[in-house]
Design a binder for this molecule. Structure first.
Ligand SMILES: Cc1cc2nc3c(=O)[nH]c(=O)nc-3n(C[C@H](O)[C@H](O)[C@H](O)COP(=O)(O)O)c2cc1C
Length: 250
């Protein structure tokens, strides 16, 4: 089983600690690849839209994005982590999500994403962890992922884990372990169920792509949809075995 982790901060603080507790459930048997931001995706999207119009390989940051994209496509489970910064995910995480705009459903979503599972881990001092998680969930769901587990917490104490009361530490550990066990017991040889909302979003994007492709057959997104067979009868959630590692997480 492959797990790809994207950390919205390089700091080994509370987010890191919670992520480590989450991964402990998988550690002895899984192939885990981690990316730390901003190190592994250091540059802003400059809005050239070359990824959308000419292909993701033409992005000035293709060397970073291509590597992460391949890792995400191989992953059975995607884990995204971030502390809340001013009520949102970190700027570094937003930079990565901007770079993956071309993977949103109105453009060129990867068929592998439908049927994948993801977990988001965010935390904060007082408030903002939920909206930070929403920032990430928004992208993941528009990439086509239906099964998304979310852990959020507000420490409401000193920012250093060591200064938290034993009771609070135990409470947070219990909560994240519960989510971890839930995801560790999934049979990853089977794709996750694609929910109705994802199917509706896909349907709307399909109508748009049908019209774009008719008007301009050379338009990259429309061509991609046609090549996938999505403008016809093929649906990505009926073909989600590709890109799966084939191991069972039981
Ligand atoms: C730039 C910045 C903005 C922050 N904004 C918030 C916020 O909106 N709400 C909050 O409760 N805590 C906020 N915090 C506090 C962090 O979310 C909190 O200390 C968190 O535990 C840090 O996680 P880390 O140890 O993984 O870095 C902010 C911290 C920084 C550095």
């Amino acid at each position: 089983m492959n797990i790809t982790v994207i950390n919205g901060t390089e700091k080994h603080g509370v987010t890191h600690r919670l992520k480590e507790i989450f991964l402990a459930e998988f550690k002895d048997r899984e192939d885990i690849t981690e990316y730390d931001l901003p190190k592994d995706c250091p540059n802003f999207c400059n809005g050239c839209v070359s990824c959308t119009l000419k292909g993701e390989n033409t992005c000035k940051d293709a060397e970073y994005i291509g590597k992460i994209d391949q890792s995400l496509l191989r992953a059975d489970l995607i884990v995204m982590t971030s502390p809340a910064y001013v009520f949102h995910a970190t700027g570094a995480m937003k930079v990565l999500l901007d770079h993956f705009a071309y993977r949103w459903m109105p453009h060129r979503p990867a068929s592998e994403m439908f049927g994948k599972r993801a977990v988001i881990i965010t935390q904060c001092l007082g408030a903002g962890a939920k909206s930070a998680a929403r920032d990430i969930k928004h992208s993941l769901s528009w990439w086509g992922i239906s099964k998304i587990g979310i852990f959020t917490s507000a420490l409401q104490s000193n920012i250093l884990w060591e200064k938290l009361s034993q009771k609070k530490q135990a409470q947070l550990t219990r909560k994240i372990k519960k989510l971890s066990r839930k995801f560790a017991h999934i049979d990853y040889t089977k794709p996750a169920h694609t929910n109705l909302i994802t199917k509706i979003k896909f349907s709307c994007c399909r109508m748009m792509q049908q019209s774009l492709h008719k008007n301009d057959p050379a338009y990259l997104d429309g061509k991609y949809w046609a090549e996938q067979g999505w403008l016809g009868e093929v649906r990505p959630w009926k073909n989600t075995d590709a890109g799966r590692s084939g191991n069972t997480a039981q």
